[in-house]
Write a protein that binds this ligand. Structure first.
Ligand code: ADP
Ligand code: MN
Ligand code: MN
Ligand code: MN
Length: 368
């Protein structure tokens, strides 16, 4: 049977009335930084978070719990209109908790949320630039010549035209899915390496940044699944003269966004320079393969900053320097970060630590 015939038949069922019931797809982050999800029926449409029941799953199948104590609990933290099922159906982002009520090893949202709550008055905003690479179902870079390489980098960044850009269908579908879900997706662009792309989410305040980035990733992976395309968040998917993938983290507080805000940006950068290694630890696995000082990156071991400098750890955009207020960009985070870790430690460093939270301990908790 052809794909077209299958689509035609499936559509009959997708059009069926749900009789007032809705499907809630619960999404969470597993023990390897991948996403998992499962669906359940709810009796009626949901209008507020507290109407969503907690749920659970078998954590021994996701690297999140031992077999003898395998229940992990799903606590809903945000929900979005479901662009795949449409109607009143929703996707539910969830935090994972252990049986004893403590956050699961890979639940970094819990700790970050405490920092954002304590610093609510500073109104910290983020904008994340998620770079990623497309692979085909046989694990070859998408649309690259079989057994060979495309022409060297140069024509691909924001490329237009056959051979200069690949998989616009996937990217376009993802963009629309994000808008439908109500995410603050702010743009997309083709990247320097062919079949590498970027989308930006933000500005988002506090904990919402991590929530929205994870949801945008989920939608991307789901859309790509329909095209038999794989999404890689590896920071250096290909060795050699091919760009790596990052997740530049743009940051501002209320003070930085007001005229004269530059002095607050400078103070933040000064604080960041003193905690370089603590930050780097939370900025993604295999980031050492990417932060080589080449391909528009800075060094892994030393901190640097500068106006309009894409080879620095932290860049102040030219327009911000000119106006004297705005935001700054931390270029160090890798594409495979957990955004809760990165935004959490950013808040801790820029706005100040608090007694009952410590982002650096999250690293030990995950990797012990
Ligand atoms: P680049 O020039 O580094 O490629 P992009 O345009 O890809 O920059 O991304 C810039 C990001 O900065 C966007 O996600 C945007 O939402 C975010 N941003 C803009 N203003 C602010 C701000 N005041 N605070 C935090 N993030 C911001
Ligand atoms: Mn960008
Ligand atoms: Mn980019
Ligand atoms: Mn950038």
């Amino acid at each position: 049977m052809s794909g077209t015939e299958k689509t035609y038949i499936l559509q009959k069922y997708l059009d069926l009335d749900q009789r007032g019931k809705i499907i809630a797809e619960y999404v969470w982050i597993d023990g390897t930084g991948n996403m998992r999800s499962k669906g359940r029926t709810l009796k009626k449409a949901i209008t507020a978070l507290d109407q969503l029941p907690e749920w659970n799953f078998d954590g021994s199948s996701t690297n999140q719990a031992p077999g003898h104590d395998s229940d992990v609990y799903l606590k809903p933290v945000a929900f979005y209109p479901d662009p795949f099922r449409r109607g009143d159906n929703i996707i539910v982002l969830s935090e994972c908790y252990n049986n004893d009520g403590t956050p699961n090893k890979f639940n970094h949202r819990h700790e970050a949320a405490k920092l954002f709550a304590a610093h609510k008055g500073e109104e910290i905003w983020f904008g994340l630039e998620q770079e990623y690479t497309l692979f085909d179902e046989y694990d070859q870079v998408y649309a690259w010549p079989k057994g060979g390489y495309p022409a060297p980098q140069g024509p691909y960044y924001c490329g237009v035209g056959t051979g200069k850009v690949h998989a616009r269908d996937v990217i376009e579908a993802h963009y629309r899915a994000c808008l439908y879900a109500g995410l603050e997706i702010s743009g997309i662009n083709a990247e320097v390496m062919p079949s590498q792309w970027e989308f930006q989410v933000g500005p988002c305040e506090g904990i919402e940044m991590g929530d929205q980035l994870w949801m945008a990733r989920y939608l991307l992976i789901r859309v790509a699944e329909e095209f038999a395309v794989k999404i890689s968040l590896h920071p250096k998917p290909l060795k050699g003269d091919w760009n790596g993938a990052g997740c530049h983290t743009n940051v501002s507080t209320k003070d930085m966004r007001l005229p004269g805000g530059m002095k607050y940006i400078e103070t933040a950068i000064e604080r960041l320079s003193k905690r370089h290694l603590e930050h780097i630890k939370l900025y993604g696995a295999d980031n050492d393969l990417r932060l080589t000082g080449r391909h528009e990156t800075a060094s892994m071991t030393g901190f640097s900053s500068g106006v309009a400098n894409r080879g620095a750890s932290v860049r102040i955009p030219r327009s911000v320097a000119k106006e004297g207020y705005g935001y700054f960009e931390d270029r160090r985070p890798a594409s495979n970060i957990d955004p809760y870790l990165v935004t959490g430690i950013m808040c801790e460093t820029v706005c100040g630590s608090i007694d009952n939270a410590d982002m650096t301990k999250e690293y030990e908790r995950e990797f012990s």
